[in-house]
Design a protein around this ligand. Structure first.
Ligand code: ASP
Length: 359
């Protein structure tokens, strides 16, 4: 091998590891800290959740209980997702999720099963608390992969799902606050007593649950109410296979949360899995997807004021996460449960955005 080629090889390797990039685009575990791509080893079987301990613990525990009692890996990840979907305290997933701009909750979800490479998804689904279960039925009981809106709801009703009001009182008040503060040039006025004065802005939130069983089979689910106060009919990345979720039984699984439009246009979960196929560990693969999103935006001269986060697990049970944006106080988090118990770790991020919860 000539000196020229080996030097090129070195630079390629360095780029893959994050060296040689502008300082601002290096992975941080805190502002100013150098690149780090930690990978946390779980022991298969294990389940992974894209949240910190508050939700990560109950979600991964529910999923783990299914796996540990001999259930399938897809049953397990859906059981984990159902914990958040059914809990009205979380305002970004399932029942209690923040509505669209007309005050209607519209849910997106998809599932993917490694051994068969099958997938199913629903988008803009109204009135059903557990869209992940409907997505699974699309996969198993139709010859399609994605059902949307009224068709998705009719399909769910045919399978015995109840149509319920998903808009909780808290979510309705949040929506009203947003609506009344939207413009000075309309007829909606915030209350004079100022109860709504603290406008929180629009929010993201989603959950990915990934699983690896003892036989090395993978499955994943992503579920969300999407971007709060979105245009009715808007579909984010969460129900799009390859964007909000991707599973390859030979390699690993990855899921995304955050600004869905960026995830869709970079096919990001697929990209993370393909990076793992080329030998990157899960954290490095998640960072590569974040770098790609930043590069696309910088090329267009866009100031990055959003975040996307990725979580991934490979066939060996290594777990990783990374985000476009984070801060020392609010780094990206990943949680997992294996035979040794519950674990949660912070991952690297590329840009610093203080004060917001990017998760
Ligand atoms: N990715 C989701 C969407 O764009 C929302 C989120 O994860 O925050 O719909």
């Amino acid at each position: 091998m000539s000196a020229r080629w080996s030097r090129r090889g070195f630079f390629r390797l360095a780029a893959a590891l994050g060296f040689g990039l502008p300082a601002a685009a290096r992975a941080k575990t805190g502002p100013g800290k150098p690149a780090a791509t930690p990978t946390w080893r779980g022991r298969p079987p294990l389940v992974v959740c894209s949240r910190g301990p508050e939700w990560g613990r109950p979600v991964s525990e529910a999923a783990w209980q299914v796996l540990a009692s001999g259930g399938g890996v897809l049953d397990a990840v859906i059981a984990g997702a159902n914990v958040v979907e059914l809990d009205p305290r979380d305002d970004s997933v399932g029942y209690g999720g923040l509505p669209n701009e007309e005050g209607v909750v519209q849910l997106d979800s998809c599932v993917m099963y490694g051994p068969t490479h099958d997938c199913g998804a629903v988008a803009c689904l109204e009135g059903i608390k557990t869209p992940s279960r409907v997505a699974r039925l699309v996969m198993e009981r139709t010859d399609h992969m994605l059902l949307v809106g009224r068709g998705a709801q009719r399909f769910a009703r045919a399978h015995g799902f109840q149509v319920e009001n998903l808009l909780t009182e808290q979510a309705r008040l949040e929506w009203l606050r947003w609506k009344e503060n939207l413009s000075r040039d309309d007829d909606w006025l915030p209350p004079r007593d100022g109860i709504y004065r603290d406008r929180q802005g629009r929010r993201h939130g989603t959950i990915n649950v990934l699983g690896l069983d003892g036989a090395g089979n993978l499955a994943g689910v992503t579920t969300t109410s999407g971007l709060s106060f979105k245009i009715p009919g808007r579909v984010g990345d969460s129900p799009i296979i390859g964007a909000g979720l991707y599973v390859d039984n030979d390699v690993g699984a990855a899921g995304a949360t955050g600004r869905g439009e960026e995830v869709i246009r970079s096919c990001a979960s697929f990209f993370v899995v393909e990076c793992m196929r080329r030998g990157m560990n899960p954290t490095a693969a998640c960072l590569a997807a974040c770098r790609r999103i930043i590069a696309i935006n910088r090329r267009n001269g866009v100031t990055i004021d959003f975040s996307d986060k990725f979580v991934a697990v490979n066939k060996r049970g290594q777990v990783g996460c990374a985000a476009v944006m984070g801060s020392k106080k609010k780094p990206p988090l990943v949680a997992w449960r294996d035979g040794s118990g519950f674990h949660s770790q912070a991952g690297p991020y590329l840009l610093t955005g203080r004060g917001k919860n990017w998760d």
